[in-house]
Design a protein around this ligand. Structure first.
Ligand SMILES: Cc1ncc(COP(=O)(O)O)c(C=O)c1O
Length: 452
């Protein structure tokens, strides 16, 4: 029995009517990747307000690793609702906050004393990590990378690379933010898996410290272990570990932004584990809360304790329902089967993806780590090509599969499916992608464009 069920054209009449209302009530800046409205979700399946059923390979942008309405998460949240809803951890304590902090301190990479601050969103975790690093070092500057995404607050946006739509019209940005390449220059990344030596990375930073900002002015370097919005770029072997070493030598706080890569997405609880690095601070959000808003900054106790009492916190940070959900998420990952599932989903996708790449010249790269996988599209000159990515996402939705685009050049289609997706559902979704790759190739005259 197929999972996908389409009763109407997509979007159906009920979704179209809601879109009409949305257009009048919600500003256009709140982008809608799809024109559908959902009335029910479970596992990896979404049902829209017209009764159409979709397979979800977007997972609320990587937020639903344990599946929509995960039963353990629902149970934990329900029990919490019966006890109390909001207290504010800065007013009266509750055990689940401390419990979650202890668990994150234990589960994040690094066998050193750690502490955890809980906040509401990925961007807020980024903001707090930089505040903490500045308080610890007494230094102003922050290093970040090309193609990074760190959120939509003023500092998150200043650290983010892509200008449109994220930064357009919102300047001036925060000063003392400096950008280095993410491993190799973007132009030489496609299909190349060239490792970087320690010396390569030394040279890169030496250039930065001599010509851009002095090392002793830098409080922190913040980096995604795999670029998320930037196009699911896996860094060259050796890059992250060399960066971490150099930061340590200069007293620069090394911050891993695991908002998108974290909580099992890549087949490890944290992507840093793949690269053997132990960040000073690690940021979690998205799938940590199993669908509820929650984020964390976890790191070396002496760094986390730098802000004075009252210097960090917030009204809702680590709210009781979100803490209960996160504790249930951690239990879901405890036996390792979801992590194994993430790895096998990734391998399965890559096998299909490589066969598509052999068939379609406009697929420049198939890449990712664990269940964080993507297809990159290029034109005949090897330059980023956005049209196929946009068309593929559009056609897949019309055929019952939700995928998202990504990349500084919008030329990447990325998969962030719930890890609980059944094999039959995943195969069904991949078949829809395959069929629509063929349709997009025909529509764009791929062979004529690329092969002439
Ligand atoms: C790596 C990374 N950092 C930070 C953020 C911002 O998270 P939020 O949208 O929860 O503020 C995101 C969101 O996509 C992200 O992918």
């Amino acid at each position: 029995m197929p999972t996908i069920r389409l009763n109407t054209e997509i979007p159906g009449p009920a979704s179209r009517a809601l879109t009409e209302r949305r257009t009048h009530a919600v500003p256009r800046g709140v982008y809608a990747s799809t024109p559908i409205f959902i009335r029910h979700a479970g596992g990896a399946v979404l049902e829209d307000v017209d009764g159409n059923r979709f397979i979800d390979l977007a997972g609320g942008i990587g937020t639903i690793n344990v599946g929509h309405r995960n039963p353990r998460v629902l149970g934990a949240v329900r029990s919490q609702l019966d006890a109390f809803l909001h207290l504010c951890f800065s007013v009266t304590g509750y055990e689940s906050y401390v419990d979650l902090a202890e668990k994150l301190n234990r589960l994040t990479p690094g066998r050193f004393a750690k502490k955890t601050l809980l906040v509401n969103s990925g961007a807020e975790a980024v903001e707090n990590a930089i505040k903490i690093a500045r308080a610890h070092t007494g230094r102003p500057a922050v290093l970040c990378v090309e193609d990074a995404f760190h959120g939509r607050t003023m500092l998150g946006m200043s650290l983010t690379s892509k200008t449109h739509p994220y930064k357009h019209g919102f300047g001036p940005f925060i000063s003392d933010v400096y950008r280095i390449p993410y491993g190799l220059p973007a132009s030489s990344r496609i299909s190349e898996r060239v490792p970087m030596t320690h010396e390569d990375v030394e040279q890169l930073l030496d250039h930065t410290f001599r010509r851009v900002v002095a090392a002793e002015s830098v409080a922190a370097l913040i980096i995604e272990p795999v670029l998320g919005e930037g196009g699911f770029v896996v860094p060259p072997a050796g890059f992250l570990s060399a960066l971490a070493d150099i930061c340590r030598r200069h007293g620069i706080v090394f911050i891993a932004d695991e908002v998108q890569t974290g909580f099992g997405r890549t087949g490890e609880l944290f992507a840093c584990t793949h690269f053997g690095i132990e960040p000073d601070l690690i940021l979690t959000a998205k799938s940590l809360g199993g669908g509820l808003p929650l984020a964390g900054v976890t790191g070396r106790a002496e760094i986390m304790d730098a802000p004075i009492p009252g210097g960090i916190g917030g009204t809702f940070g680590g709210n009781p329902a979100s803490c209960a959900a996160a504790l249930a998420v951690i239990e879901e990952f405890a036996d390792g089967s979801l992590l194994a599932r993430a790895r096998s989903l990734g391998e399965h996708f890559q096998r299909r993806g490589y066969s598509w790449q052999r068939q379609h010249p406009f697929i420049g790269d198939v890449r990712g780590l664990g269940a964080m996988q993507a297809i990159e599209f290029i034109d005949r000159d090897g330059a980023p090509w956005a049209a196929p990515a946009k068309k593929l996402a559009h056609h897949c939705l019309r055929n019952g599969v939700l995928v998202l685009t990504a990349g500084t050049y919008d030329n990447v289609v990325r998969l962030l499916m719930p890890l609980v997706i059944a094999d039959e559902q995943f195969n069904e979704a991949l078949q829809v992608i395959e069929n629509n790759l063929n349709a997009v190739a025909a529509e764009l005259g791929e062979m004529a464009v690329i092969g002439d």
